[in-house]
Design a protein around this ligand. Structure first.
Ligand SMILES: [Fe+2]
Ligand SMILES: [Fe+2]
Length: 303
């Protein structure tokens, strides 16, 4: 199938700020949130800066992408009011039709928090089907491309940031990948946790990574976009017709000399006559010297 070129902006892990009154230690219940709030006070509030995120989203909008993919960790400790502030921020990022979201571990920090709080985000995580089912996986067609979102977000014990898809999502994903392969569409899988070797520890990684890799080895996908690592990732995992490219930018709000400053990726997708999908990737990153975002790399992926 040949489609007109289509452009997608991919950003991840904005970690919108907690308010000062939310970070008083006595404001927290003595559970996992306490460790998250201590981490925010001690470290993360100095790294995830609203002014960097604002420059990044301005830079995305200046490039007029046709779609935006956001792969999770909007929040820090999943307080009810964090979901509402994030919904406002999402509204500024784009309409639900133009932004596809998959949640991260910080968006489901405690049992029940995501289910109770994330309703205002649902329109960003819905498929195109008649029922507009808000469950995962969801699939939307944009520019002739199948954008498939799965959730790896789940509550975990203190000091763990692991994720899991579960058997139900994996089997539904296999069906969706097969159907869109038959239809000749490019398939982009969106998820928070890396599906490959990056961040693969038991404590931080995707627990059923091997099962996901099996699904991808059998049914394929043309591109996988993820977050969670807070550093740029260019990886690949085996597919039925060759390697599947796997891509992540650093955190969208980071000013972090020890890891990476904020970056986002502009993906320009075209289907050349060879039958393979070509994705031209432009890495846009924050330069603390100029105080601006600039092009820091360009490369091409084929699948
Ligand atoms: Fe994150
Ligand atoms: Fe994460």
């Amino acid at each position: 199938m040949t489609v007109a070129p289509f452009s997608i902006a991919h950003l991840t892990d904005p970690h919108l700020p907690l308010l000062a009154e939310e970070t008083g230690l006595f404001a927290a219940v003595p559970d996992k949130r306490l460790s998250g709030i201590v981490s925010w006070r001690m470290k993360r509030r100095h790294i995830h800066l609203p002014r960097i995120l604002s420059l990044l989203t301005d830079d995305i909008h200046a490039h007029l992408p046709q779609h935006i993919v956001l792969t999770g960790d909007l929040l820090n400790v999943s307080l009810p009011q964090e979901y509402l502030r994030a919904a406002d921020w999402l509204g500024q990022l784009g309409t639900p039709a133009d932004v596809s979201l998959t949640p991260g571990n910080h968006d489901a920090y405690r049992p029940g928090a995501f289910e109770a709080g994330a309703n205002p985000w649902m329109a960003y995580m819905q498929g195109d089907g008649p029922a507009r089912d808000a469950g995962f996986p969801y699939c939307r067609i944009r520019g002739g491309i199948a954008l498939i979102g799965v959730s790896t977000a789940m509550p975990t014990p203190v000091f763990s940031s692991a994720g899991e898809l579960g058997a139900r999502q994996l089997s539904a994903l296999a069906e969706i990948l097969a159907a869109h392969s038959k239809a000749g569409r490019m398939r982009i899988l969106m998820l928070h946790h890396p599906p490959g070797g990056a961040g693969a520890s038991r404590r931080k990684g995707l627990r059923d990574r091997a099962a996901l890799q099996q699904v991808l080895a059998q049914h394929g996908a043309e591109l996988v976009l993820h977050g969670h690592t807070h550093t740029g990732v260019l990886d690949q995992i085996p597919g039925p017709r060759g390697p599947i490219p796997v891509l992540a930018p650093s955190s969208a709000s980071a000013l972090d000399p020890h890891r990476e400053h904020a970056r986002w990726h502009l993906l320009e997708i075209s289907s050349p006559s060879s039958g393979q999908w070509q994705t031209q990737v432009t890495v846009r990153g924050y330069n603390p010297v100029s105080g601006q975002f600039e092009t820091q790399g360009q490369f091409s992926l084929l699948a």
